[in-house]
Every structure is written in structure tokens, then in C-alpha cells.
Write a protein that binds this ligand. Sequence first.
Ligand SMILES: *Cc1c(COP(=O)(O)O)cnc(C)c1O
Length: 388
Amino acid sequence: MEKDLSHILNHLGEDRELYFNSVSPPLMQSSNFHFPTVADMRAAWPREFDAPLYSRGVNPTVSILRKKLAALEGAEDALVFSSGSGAIAAAVMSQVKAGDHLICVQKPYSWTGKLIENTLSQYGITYSMVDGTALSAIEEAICANTKLILLESPLSMTFELQDLRGVAAIAQKRGITTIVDNSYSTPLYQRPLEMGIDLVIHSASKYLNGHSDLVAGVIAGPKHLVRSIMKTEFMTFGACIAPNDAWLILRGLRTLPVRMERISKNGVAIAQFLNDHPRVERVSYPMSPSHQQHALALRQMTGAGGLMGLWLKAETIQEVERFCDALTRFLIAVSWGGHESLIWPVCAWYEDEQNGSSHYPWNLIRVSIGLEDSEALVEDLSQALDSM
Ligand SMILES: *Cc1c(COP(=O)(O)O)cnc(C)c1O
């Protein structure tokens, strides 16, 4: 019963008799929690990481969310952060120190790359950015001082996968920790811990919350790792989530399965439409048979979200811009995972075809499909492709 999805989303972690049998959980908008006597306060210190004392550590609204997120990932415990990047920084820094080496998949989420290349490199941590489609490339990059392999599968701009079971097996033999950013798949469509990965990370700003109204992050994993991160990086960096945002994620989670069902159905339909269109050079979507790692996708994912890469057949940036500006049902914006369909055109980072500040090509557009009617979206894409 504990593992049943409906039970997790509707009941797990909610002690309704403690708060007037209210169906919706209380928003504990409080920074601190008082004690009736000095003796009570003294007795509370050893339980600082378990019971409410100060909301940077434990807050009752956040605790309900932690229990649900851990159960969703099949993890013993979870922590919730004020952003996905905050969660990634805490998880990565918990596993490496000066003199260590880490391996990260090439082209990760931009601020994950910057954490490694710009920040950690200042503290004596060396790294290799490796092509994640080849298991052998990851294995060959391992050095005597490699402590961590950081993955993101599928990648959130170009959607190549890494073989999670394969990487976990290589790492376990050598005592190397593995972390995967699972934001794209959600715990519904990919279960990294069951494949031997040590820690899972999410940007909860995306599908977990699902309404484009907050920024948050998650770490889920075994009790000993999560507790160690809580006592050090979580408490010292202080990237804790506001109780109000945790409450909103609890509300967002109630509909996670129906949202994902709709988004994934839409995603498949849109990817197929785009794949067949003469103005499209390439679509990268793990659940399309045309994806170069489709077989691996079927082995380690049970579905895909609505995020995909679209490479237009275009001679000039102006053609790409005409396509983007002609869309009426898609907003031009970063981020993804909400109710609304979005496009993020890489050409917005280019002055012209030769001069860009992005290492992605200017004809690439990241498309995020939302909850809208898929026929309306196809119609809109179709007229925009015609107007290029
Ligand atoms: C958005 C995103 C992040 C960062 O999360 P924030 O909540 O924006 O800090 C990390 N990984 C992936 C794959 C993302 O899309």
C-alpha cells in the first residue's frame, strides 16, 4: 500500500487528525518553533534534523512534501531546496573535495556545467566532461581519484541518454558515487535508484510542481547520504524552500500522473508530426522510433515528457525567427514542465549565423509541450512552418 502511487499522492505523510481533519495540509508559515521549558529545548537538540525547531532545517509543511517525494522515487529520504541548482550544488559538493576528480556528462543543464567548470575548479576539483552516449567513454575517463559520476538522462537540450544501469555497475565496482538529474522523466517514467544510481536530483520547478509558478529542487536517496547532506551542505548553504512553495508543490503533485499522461500523449503526437514535416531537419525525442537511442529509452524509461529538440531546415536565422514569431499557441521562454507550451530558440543567443554565444546550433529550438489540445498545437506548428 505504501508504494501505491495514489496513496502516496493523496495520503502519505498527512496526519490530518493533527490539524482539525483538514483535507488540505496546513501551511506552517513559521520560521521557528518554541519549547515550553528549558528542559524541552535541551531535549530537542539531538532531534534537530527530525523535528521542527527552525525552518531552514525542518518545517512541517516541507516534511509532508519530503515524505511524498522520497516515496515517489522509491528512496528512503528526500530533501527539498529553493531551486534545482541549489539541490545539484549541495549533492555534488557533498561527494567531492580538493584533489578529487569527477566525471560529468557533456552538455548538461547550463548551470550544472558552470558549477563544475567555473566554481568547483577553483577549489582543486578536476573534471572530465564526457560523451554520455558511449559507456566506454565514461569508463575510460575514470581516474584513481574519481569520486563522482554526474548524469542527466535524457539531456534537457539535445535529449541523448546515458545507460543508467551500465554506468551504475561500472561505478559500484570502483566505489564511485553516481548522481542523475531525473527532472525530464519524473519518478513516474524513470526510476534511477532501482537501476543502482546513488542519488536522484530534480528541478521541481518543472514537472513535479507543474504550474510555472515557483522554483524548487529535490535530492532523493538512501538515508545515510541524505542525512549527511542535510547536516552539512543543506544547513550551511541554506537553500531551503519556503513553506508556501512547498505547499504549492504538494498541490501540484496531486495531479502529476494525469498531467504527465496528457503531456506524454501530446509529446508523442507532436514529435511524430514534426518528424514527418519537410521543413524539419531532425527531432530528438526519446519515445520517437527515430531517436538514435530509442532501444535504450525503452529499456530504462516507461514514458517521456513533452520536451524535445527541433532542428529546423533553414538557410538563415531569419527563417527560424519567422517560425517562432508566427506561433500563437507557444510562448517564447526558458524553463519547461508547466501547463503551457513553450519554445526556446537557440538563435536568441546568436548575433548572426556565424556569431553566437551558444554551443548549440542556431537552427535548434527546444520545444516544451504542455497540457493544451494537441490538435490545436499541431495546427499552430503547421501554419508557422508554412510561414518560414
Ligand atoms: C531547470 C533545470 C535545472 C535547474 O533547476 P532550477 O529549479 O531552475 O534551479 C536542473 N536540471 C534541469 C534538467 C533543468 O531543466
